[in-house]
Ligand binder design. Structure first.
Ligand SMILES: [Zn+2]
Length: 469
């Protein structure tokens, strides 16, 4: 089934057709590491992780690039308030971000691109924009984009240049020619980190890093750009203005996707409102899988209300789902080859796989997909009650595996290599005990059983040791 994506650019759902065969280049606005990763970040990045996972499941080769804004006003503010260096701040908060993302199962990013690693590309792009008359140098050595020179300005957000009167949204900077103009290169102020440029020392503006990074990796045009809704204007509008004016290629991005916000009791989550939820704090109260389940239980575009009550509810529902998967797994180990419930179970599995695909293909509607999982879970439990056979249960287990893989939940219980090694040590020790008791029949049985799974025993000076054949 073809995927339909809601494209913020056209404000409607469109069939997803990548620019080049089954290759998908995907970019999502990343973190400015200067504070704790909060639930708003988690919602956005879990959302796009699911997008990448589903595209991968549908056979696309996805290259997922995420930037890291490692120099920005807020980082400089943090330097001033703490006396720490910018790299030190970035390393700490980006490290925490990676930990949290990995706990939440966000595994699909291929490259994290740090803005300051792209200074030559940034400078080149700004020079190109100046040569084409889209950017101008101010007296202090900063460079601004002249938004009146770009006819496409406002296409994504529906904002008009005239709507940007002084004082509205953008603080008026004296050096700008028009209120909507934005900075491409900011001249160094005392004590600020800076890089060399043809206009003197300074640092890149926030918008230019994304287009420098994506043009280097993807060229002038790519498939999918994601980010939180609040980045749509002016950030994403500015990206379009930069890239399309610089390369002349339109559209710069084929599909623009935006995730809904995390609200707390109906209010926007914000540090200044005192309702700010760092993911680390949430992880102390809930398992990572429960948080992820809570986040995928809405469609990515929708807002989500983050309250402990709703998380508790999510925890209970998720536990029911997980219980079904556990009983399928236990049941299939002891069930006979076939049973009375097979026909209905097999039909339910086929239907669930289809319905799940329909839900996910409809603009990655994870909310509907989760509803499919619950319907399926009820059908599976009924089939188990009426007696399902091993083959049908194996199929059900595989279906849950597919659903879990795409949504990043329902991970099979982790039996790591390390657990297996410890169990083998224990088995060998028990066999030694049997030999000491002169129970050679038991000792031989253990040796043969180990041999059958490729583990051989050998006598060493330190006693009997096992090794894999
Ligand atoms: Zn961005």
């Amino acid at each position: 089934m073809a995927i339909q994506v809601y494209n913020s650019l056209s404000r409607r759902k469109e069939e997803f057709v990548p620019l080049q065969g089954n290759r998908v280049s995907m970019f999502v606005c990343g973190l400015t590491p200067q504070d704790e990763t909060h639930m708003g970040h988690a919602k956005t990045y879990v959302g796009f992780d699911v997008v990448a996972r589903f595209l991968h499941h549908k056979g696309y080769h996805v290259f997922y690039l995420q930037n890291v804004t490692d120099i920005e006003d807020r980082i400089i503010d943090k330097m001033r308030s703490t006396g720490r260096g910018w790299k030190d701040i970035v390393n700490q908060y980006f490290g925490e971000y990676l930990e949290v993302m990995s706990a939440l199962g966000c595994t699909s990013v291929d490259v994290y691109a740090f803005a300051t690693d792209y200074i030559p590309e940034i400078v080149e792009q700004i020079q190109g924009l100046m040569e084409k008359g889209h950017a101008y140098l101010a007296d202090d050595g900063s460079v601004y984009y002249d938004t009146t020179t770009f006819s496409g300005w406002g296409r994504l957000s529906g904002q008009k240049v005239e709507a940007l009167r002084p004082g509205a949204r953008v603080a008026v900077e004296e050096r700008k020619r028009h209120p909507g103009d934005f900075v491409l290169w900011r001249a160094q102020k005392p004590g600020e980190p800076a890089w060399d440029s043809p206009w003197g020392k300074g640092r890149p503006g926030w918008h230019i890093e994304d287009t420098a990074i994506t043009i280097r990796h993807f060229g002038p045009q790519y498939d999918l750009h994601g980010g939180a809704t609040e980045l749509l204007f002016p950030h994403h509008e500015a990206e379009i203005a930069q890239a399309e004016a610089y390369t002349g290629v339109t559209p710069f991005v084929k599909y623009w996707m935006h995730t809904g916000m995390v609200m707390v009791k109906g209010e926007e989550m914000h540090k200044s409102l005192g309702n700010f939820w760092p993911v680390k704090a949430a992880l102390k109260l809930y398992e990572p899988e429960v948080i992820r389940f809570f986040l995928v239980n809405v469609q990515y575009r929708g807002p989500i209300d983050f309250t402990p009550d709703l998380l508790d509810e999510a925890k209970r529902s998720y536990e029911r789902l997980r219980e079904t998967v556990r009983s399928v797994d236990a049941e299939r180990r002891r069930a006979p080859e076939s049973g009375k419930g097979d026909r209905t179970l097999k039909a339910a599995t086929t239907k669930a796989l289809d319905d799940f695909d329909v839900a996910m293909s409809d603009d990655f509607n994870t909310r509907e997909a989760v509803a499919v999982l619950f319907d399926y879970s009820r059908a599976v439990n009924k089939a188990i009650d009426s007696g399902a056979g091993r083959t049908a249960l194996d199929e059900a287990m595989r279906a849950f595996g597919t659903f879990g893989e795409i949504l990043g939940i329902l991970a099979p219980p982790a039996v790591g290599a390390d657990t297996i090694d410890r169990l083998l040590d224990l088995i060998v020790a028990l066999r030694e005990d049997a030999r000491k008791r002169k129970d050679f029949a038991a000792a031989d049985r253990i040796r043969d059983a180990l041999g059958a799974v490729g583990v051989v025993l050998e006598d060493t000076r330190d006693g009997v040791r096992w090794k894999r054949r």
